[in-house]
Each structure stands twice: as C-alpha cells, then as structure tokens.
Design a protein around this ligand. Structure first.
Ligand SMILES: NC(=O)c1ccc[n+]([C@@H]2O[C@H](COP(=O)([O-])OP(=O)(O)OC[C@H]3O[C@@H](n4cnc5c(N)ncnc54)[C@H](OP(=O)(O)O)[C@@H]3O)[C@@H](O)[C@H]2O)c1
Length: 244
C-alpha cells in the first residue's frame, strides 16, 4: 500500500512538524486521525484538509493520559476500520540548565516525551498484532546523539525514545515496522518553550538563523511510509545543512 488510503494517526498534530506531516500525508491520499490538546487548532486543520479534498478526523488527545491514546486508536478503527501508522510526534522542550531546578518542567518532558510515546505503543501494538501489520513512527531529536548545556533532560528523554524504539523494532517481528525520526533545528514554536529567558533567546536566535521548515521532516516521514511493507526505514536524521 502506498500512502494513498493508509490510515495514519498523528499525535502533536496541532502545530509544527505534526501539522506539516498531516497536510503532506493528506495531500498524498492518507486518511488522518489527528490528536493534540488544542482541539480548536485540530478542527481548523481538519477543515483545511477537507477543503483541499482530503480526509481527516480529530480528537482531543493528551499523550500523558493513557486512555487518550486508546481513544485515538479506537477512533481510527471506528471511522476507517484499521490503523496503519501511528506517528508519535507530541513533544515538549522547556529546556534550561539543571541549576534552575525547574523540576516541574523536567517532569513534563519525561511525561510527554517518554511516557507519551509508551502510551502510544501500548494503544497501537495490540491492534498492529491483530492486523499483522502496522508502522510506528516516532519523532526523537538530534539531541539524542549529542547533549549540550541546558538540554540535559530534553536530550535524556530523546535518548530514551531512541532506545525504546530500537527495542520495539527488535521485538516487532516481520509485520510491524518501526521508524525513528531525528530532526535537527526545525522552524516551529518549539524554541519558545524555555522559561529561561537567556536560553529562549539563544535558541530562538539560532532557529531564525539556520532552522529548516517542518515540511522537511514531513517528507522524511512520508518516505518511510511509502516504502514497500518488507522495507523498514529505521532511523532518519534530518538537520539543517548549517547545523554543526
Ligand atoms: N522544532 C525542533 O527544532 C525540533 C527538533 C527536534 C525534535 N523536535 C521534536 O518534534 C516534535 C514536534 O515538535 P515541533 O517542533 O513541531 O513543536 P511544536 O510546534 O511545539 O509541536 C509540539 C506538538 O506537541 C503537542 N503536545 C505537547 N504536549 C502534548 C501533550 N501532553 N499531549 C498531546 N500533544 C502534546 C502540541 O500540541 P498541543 O499543545 O495542542 O497539545 C504540538 O502539536 C517534538 O517531539 C519535538 O521534541 C523538534
């Protein structure tokens, strides 16, 4: 099956990489099930997709809540009879030096970036087993390859995502594909998340200088989906050429 007709659920679809992925896959014929917390943005995205002739539904999804991932997967099956791909993309990055002791933000990064991915696996894996087909695509970060000051916790969550997805791949067997995408600097609202002013300004400045558009990541995700069922693209890093 090419992208056409595939049923693809995306978490964190309300902005940035998730939104760009929804728009690109809809253009290529996928039927989309969109999740995030900001329902009004999802409703607007569904309207734009439908206006362009595509098919999409949405449901408010907080990935820290296990039951929300089950509801997202259930919506795919109810509306379209199956789920072919789960794009676990939701993530937060309120980065700061450890000395700031922004412990609530550390918790949030662990809850969204790690547990949110696990909740998606828990919801979709039994469905993929039953169908004897399925594809997990997860957004990690190039921070999984190298940690820099102020990014210890964020990078740690993305290292965890990489390990979890590689373990999943090894256990997945011949019918379930596992792809992890490692974006570098991408032009989204992500850089504004830090509550440390100096860090926020530094990251936003670097973003404005070198970041690539979220569509660049969407194309990598589409590439992985479009391979034949016996070809599993496991890890893709997509950075700005100018990123060190
Ligand atoms: N931008 C970059 O430079 C960059 C680089 C490497 C990796 N990434 C990764 O790319 C992914 C997408 O980020 P982005 O750059 O596109 O930033 P973004 O525009 O801020 O998008 C983040 C998305 O995650 C969603 N989200 C946050 N918390 C959530 C929760 N508890 N439940 C459900 N959805 C939640 C947000 O939706 P709601 O607020 O509506 O819930 C939003 O749709 C993240 O995993 C991020 O770590 C980004």
């Amino acid at each position: 099956m090419a992208t056409t007709d595939k049923v693809v659920a995306i978490t964190g679809a309300s902005s940035g990489i998730g939104e760009a992925t929804a728009l690109l896959l809809a253009e290529r014929g996928a039927r989309l099930v969109l999740g995030a917390r900001r329902s009004e943005r999802l409703a607007d995205l569904v309207a734009r997709i439908e206006k362009a002739g595509g098919t999409a539904v949405h449901t408010r999804t907080d990935v820290t809540r296990r039951e929300d991932l089950h509801a997202l997967v259930a919506l795919a099956r109810e509306r379209f009879g199956r789920l072919d791909v789960l794009v676990g993309n939701a993530g937060v990055g309120p980065i700061s030096p450890l000395d700031d002791l922004r412990v609530d933000e550390w918790d949030e990064m662990v809850d969204v970036n790690i547990k949110g991915v696990l909740h998606g696996i828990a919801a979709a894996l039994p469905v993929f087993r039953e169908q004897q087909a399925g594809h997990f695509i997860t957004t990690a970060s190039t921070a999984a390859f190298n940690v820099v000051p102020a990014m210890a916790v964020y990078a740690g969550t993305k290292v965890a995502v990489r390990s979890i997805c590689e373990g999943l791949r090894q256990e997945a067997g011949p019918s379930v594909r596992v792809t992890t995408v490692f974006p570098g600097f991408v032009h989204t609202g992500f850089a504004e998340a830090s509550s440390n002013t100096a860090v926020r300004e530094r990251i936003a400045g670097m973003r404005d200088e070198i970041a690539i558009p979220p569509d660049a990541i969407a194309r990598a995700i589409a590439f992985a989906i479009e391979q034949p069922a016996d070809v599993d693209v496991n890890e893709i890093a997509v950075r700005p050429t100018a990123q060190s």
